[in-house]
Each structure stands twice: as structure tokens, then as C-alpha cells.
Design a protein around this ligand. Structure first.
Ligand code: CTP
Length: 413
């Protein structure tokens, strides 16, 4: 496929290098047309090297090839990223001052705009009108992602992640002009990793969770168009880019963060391994080994069940918030009293969550591994779904199931 990738003059231009990579790795021929302003952020040489094609933004280069007509005509797809407020305005009013705007006027195939700008610019009546005009003419304009902007503030205006733009572009070419990423406009909170329950300033009770599954879920949710909040307990892997991270240590801290985040979340996924118990007393100073004292005894007290509290809170909140989807995880071994599925079904009923992702654990399975095999149980009564593969693949299956439940299953609670 021949793609024209128009790059606008915004700081997010550097992220478009990754988008270009996704297109070329998928075997597409890409011509990059940066605006004059875009070349102040990322130089022409970068685009030439990454695309393997000559790059120009002037209608007066290679005039004999009539590029200002040819490029738009030949393109199977035009993608504009970042689509700045200025570029949206020029496209909406049909200006033709440079090679990119000429190409937009000559485009025969689908056109996708991936906006990025400050929140106030995005929300300005002028930009709203330009976006409506472009959509009215059949162009696809993605919603920008929400999160930290270039300055200290945050809000809608971030360039959607390259994978999100790539997915939307492919869907557009396949004729899905009303294509919406499954979690577009949704806020998803995901807890990940293992909590640590302190005994004293240097010791804690912990568990073997690596956080890999939670991080893979965060990536999959982000790629599905969601605004993602990752509540990160102890993890062995770094959090991914493009998600908001809230660091927590203990179950009590995680509970506080989860309750706060749940208030405006469409989906809450509890994939963290939360300690069921914590030491009843935490010493402020290091507990010393002394010969004259008896063997120490650690008394444990129960931690609150965060998942269950989230469900109760959601159910009390009632109709307006009743749409929130809550997903639990269960690690089960099965024993002489019951098999994995029976324990999992009972846990789904007991916890009251909407989906329960069940891991079958043995000594060598799940913790820290890159692959996983799960069954997704649903309280809506739909068939259990199996998913196996890398944690990335399993996460993609879980996230698409969540998208399905959100978009097709009637209100919960
Ligand atoms: N969970 C939680 N708060 C806790 C413990 C667990 O929110 N204090 C959540 C986990 O994040 C996960 C699910 O509950 O989504 C897992 O429950 P699990 O701890 O495995 O089950 P238990 O209720 O402890 O049942 P059992 O010990 O009988 O397996």
C-alpha cells in the first residue's frame, strides 16, 4: 500500500518516527511530507532514512514529477500526525500553500488525522468546527489521548500512541469508516505487581508477582484507545509509556489509590497480587536479633479485599456508575476438595466482579514467566473463554473481551 505520512509542526512529531516504522515493517511504501514547522522538531534526514524515500515539503522540488498532484492521487491512505490546530484549520479551509496541503486536496483515498495540541486549543470552538467540517467530509479524526502534556499540565491533547494510529489507519483502509478503537474514550485503571507489607524499615512480607501481566494489560488497553492509569505495586518490569502511573507499596495504599481511581474509571482491572494479611505491628526501627529474647512471633491481620470493596462501591453508586466493569484475577491450584474451575466459579460469585481471569498455577507456572494460559469467566453468563500465549497475547484477548462486554453486554450491578 502507498501511504503519505504528513507530519505537522508539534513536539509529538518525534513519536511519528515509531509510526513510520510500524508502516514500513508492515511492508508499506511511505512518503513522508513534513510541514516546514515539523522540520524544526525532526529533520528531513530522519524521515528520509526511516522511510527510504526522498522527503520534501516544497511544491517547487522535482517539479517535473508534478508531486503536488501525483502524491495525493497515488496514495491509498493519507495519515496526518501530529495533526496540529494549524494543520486541521488549513485542511478544513482547503488551503494549498505547501506540498502537504496540496496533497490533502488531491487525496482520493481515506484520510486519517491524529491530533495533538494543548487541551485549550483542542477544545476551542474554532478547532471543534474544523474537526466537524473534516469529519463531515468523510475524513477520520481520532480523539487525542488524555494525559500529561508538554508543560506541567495535563488533559486531552496528547498524540494517540503510534500503535493506536496504526490500528485506526488499517481499519480505515478496510472500509470501516466509522471504526472506533474498542476502548476509545474509556478510562481504565489497572493494578499490577505485588504488594509489600512492612515488618520494619528493612523487612517486608512480599510475593512473587513480577507485574508483567499487569503491564502487558496496560499496553493492550492503551493500544485499544483507553486512557490508562496503572496502580503499580512492586514490579520487576518498568511501566509502559503513555500511561499514568501511581506507585503504591502496601495493600492499604493500593486500596486508597484504587478507590480514588475507580471514581472516574469505566473499567477497573485488579491484576495485582494483593497480600491477604499484613503484620499487625510495624516497628519504626530495625528489629534486632538478640540472644536474650525468645524466637519472635509475627502476628498477622487481614487486609481489606479491595476487589470486593470496589464491587460494593460500584453497586451502591447505582445506575449512573453501574456501567463500570470490574475485572478480577484468580490464581488457583485446585486440590482434593475441588478443581480449578470449581474454585474459580465460586470465587467469581463470592467477589461479584464482572469478569474473572483464572490462572492455573503450579510451582513453575505464571510468576515471572512470559507466557500464560487463562480462562476468562463472566458473570453475564456468556461462555468461558480460553486464552493462551505470551502475556502480550493473553492481554490482548482479555482487553478485547472487556471491550466486548462494555459495548455489548447490558448494564451491570
Ligand atoms: N484481591 C484484592 N484484595 C485482596 C486480595 C485480593 O483486591 N486483599 C484481588 C486480586 O487483585 C485479584 C483477586 O482479588 O483480582 C484474587 O483473589 P485471591 O486473593 O486469589 O483470592 P482470595 O479471595 O484470597 O481467595 P483464596 O485465598 O481462597 O484463593
Amino acid at each position: 500500500m502507498r501511504i503519505v505520512l504528513g507530519v505537522g509542526g508539534g513536539i509529538a512529531a518525534y513519536k511519528v518516527a515509531s509510526l513510520l516504522r510500524l508502516f514500513t515493517e508492515a511492508g508499506h511504501h511511505v512518503t513522508v511530507i513534513p510541514t516546514e514547522a515539523a522540520t524544526r522538531f525532526v529533520g528531513t534526514a530522519t524521515w528520509e532514512a526511516l522511510s527510504g524515500n526522498p522527503v520534501s515539503n516544497s511544491v517547487f522540488d522535482d517539479v517535473h514529477q508534478v508531486n503536488h498532484v501525483r502524491l495525493g492521487h497515488e496514495a491509498d491512505l493519507v495519515v496526518i500526525a501530529p495533526a496540529t490546530a494549524d494543520l486541521l484549520a488549513k485542511a478544513a479551509t482547503g488551503q494549498a500553500g505547501d506540498l502537504l496541503t496540496n496533497t490533502l486536496l488531491m487525496a482520493h483515498g481515506p484520510v486519517l488525522f491524529a491530533p495533538a495540541m494543548h487541551t485549550e486549543m483542542w477544545q476551542h470552538a474554532a478547532t471543534r468546527a474544523n474537526v466537524e467540517t473534516l469529519r463531515g467530509r468523510g475524513a477520520a479524526v481520532l480523539e487525542p489521548a488524555t494525559g500529561r502534556l508538554t508543560g506541567a499540565d495535563s488533559g486531552p491533547g496528547r498524540l494517540p500512541e503510534p500503535e493506536v494510529i496504526f490500528d485506526a489507519a488499517m481499519a480505515l483502509v478496510q472500509g470501516q469508516s466509522d471504526y472506533q478503537l474498542p476502548l476509545a474514550g474509556k478510562t481504565v485503571t489497572i493494578s499490577a505487581g505485588g504488594t509489600r507489607e512492612p515488618l520494619d524499615p528493612v523487612r517486608f512480607l512480599g510475593n512473587r508477582s513480577s507485574g508483567k501481566q499487569g503491564v502487558a494489560l496496560a499496553v493492550a488497553a492503551r493500544n485499544a484507545g483507553a486512557t490508562v492509569r496503572l496502580l503499580a505495586a512492586h514490579m520487576e518490569v518498568p511501566p509502559p509509556a503513555g500511561v499514568e502511573v501511581v506507585q503504591v507499596e502496601t495493600a492499604l495504599q493500593l486500596r486508597e489509590a484504587a478507590m480514588a481511581a475507580a471514581a472516574d474509571s469505566d473499567v477497573v482491572i485488579m491484576s495485582a497480587a494483593v497480600a491477604d494479611f499484613r503484620p499487625a505491628e510495624v516497628s519504626n526501627t530495625k528489629i534486632k536479633k538478640r540472644d536474650d529474647t525468645a524466637d519472635p512471633v509475627i502476628t498477622l491481620v487481614r487486609n481489606p479485599d479491595i476487589l470486593q470493596e470496589l464491587v460494593e462501591r460500584r453497586n451502591i453508586a447505582g445506575a449512573g456508575e453501574g456501567q463500570q466493569l470490574i475485572v478480577g484475577f484468580a490464581a488457583e491450584t485446585g486440590d482434593s476438595q475441588g478443581d480449578v474451575r470449581a474454585y474459580a466459579e465460586a470465587k467469581l460469585q463470592r467477589k461479584g466482579c464482572d469478569l474473572l481471569v483464572v490462572n492455573h498455577v503450579g510451582t513453575d507456572k505464571v510468576f515471572g514467566q512470559d507466557t500464560n494460559s487463562v480462562v476468562i469467566l463472566s458473570r453475564s453468563g456468556s461462555e468461558p473463554q480460553e486464552a493462551a500465549g505470551t502475556k502480550t497475547e493473553v492481554s490482548a484477548a482479555i482487553i478485547s473481551r472487556i471491550g466486548f462486554e462494555l459495548n455489548h453486554v447490558s448494564p451491570r450491578a
